[in-house]
Design a binder for this molecule. Structure first.
Ligand SMILES: [Zn+2]
Length: 243
């Protein structure tokens, strides 16, 4: 009766499902072990360059690791130092598990680093001290951690318009090509006021135009040729001189 009502459970189907099961067992048997678990190794963290790059002392010697899927602010950007300090507080001097995923164009290992079961890559995102590096990762888990930190305005997300590190590096490359052509003999104040009419305060991250009473403040050392490049570098306009 059952085979008449549900013909799909009949004998030909049972034979077919046994065949599928046999093929699956064979497949699992012959899959390389790398498929089941990525190779991981243990090393001690002996250096933290910034929020996304650490050095681990592995069996073969020191190995520089660029953390997969994240991009932390550069050291001169707002929250750059904080990101470095936070990464250090988690991993520096400790035993870490390294999962190697590849090598970048500077010869650094790209990988996941875990300390005591915590993923450093993920902790940086969770704390709002790194961006999900979308150009090189489409990991939905990393994307979710970034959105969560953004919503909570944690870390660098306290700033309504933080500059992504990749934009900052690009801006710096463009500005750098022009900076080398400046005559080095000019006194710094002349050079700054004539060629760099804006100056950013590296402590407050505000920028001023020439003539502002804060333009010559001791920390006002980051020169900018335009308002746009100051903003792109993560500086906000001063409320007194309104540059
Ligand atoms: Zn000002």
């Amino acid at each position: 009766m059952s085979s008449a009502v549900l013909p799909v459970t009949g004998r030909p189907y049972r034979r077919f499902s046994r065949l599928v099961a046999a093929v699956l067992v064979l497949l699992l048997h012959f899959l390389p072990p790398a498929f089941a678990a990525a190779p991981a190794a243990v090393g001690r963290c002996v250096g933290v360059s910034d929020g996304d790059t650490v050095t681990l002392l592995m069996e073969g010697g020191p190995e520089k690791v660029r953390l997969y899927g994240i991009d932390a602010p550069e050291k001169v950007q707002p929250f750059g130092q904080k990101a470095k300090q936070y990464a250090s507080s988690i991993v520096y001097g400790r035993e870490a598990l390294l999962e190697r995923l590849g090598t970048d164009r500077y010869g650094r290992t790209i990988g996941r680093v875990a300390v005591g079961g915590r993923s450093l890559n993920e902790e940086m995102l969770r704390a709002g001290l790194a961006w999900h590096y979308r150009a090189y990762s489409n990991d939905p888990r990393l994307a979710a951690l970034e959105s969560e930190a953004r919503r909570a305005r944690r870390g660098l997300w306290a700033d309504p318009a933080p500059v992504p590190p990749w934009s900052f590096r690009r801006e710096k490359r463009l500005a750098g090509s022009g900076r080398f052509s400046q005559p080095p003999s000019l006194p710094s104040n002349v050079r700054s006021s004539s060629l760099e009419p804006y100056r950013g305060n590296t402590a407050s991250h505000l920028f001023h135009k020439a003539g502002c009473r804060n333009f010559d403040a001791p920390n006002c050392t980051a020169g900018f040729g335009s308002r746009a490049s100051a903003i792109a570098a993560g500086y906000r306009p001063c409320r007194i001189c309104r540059p």
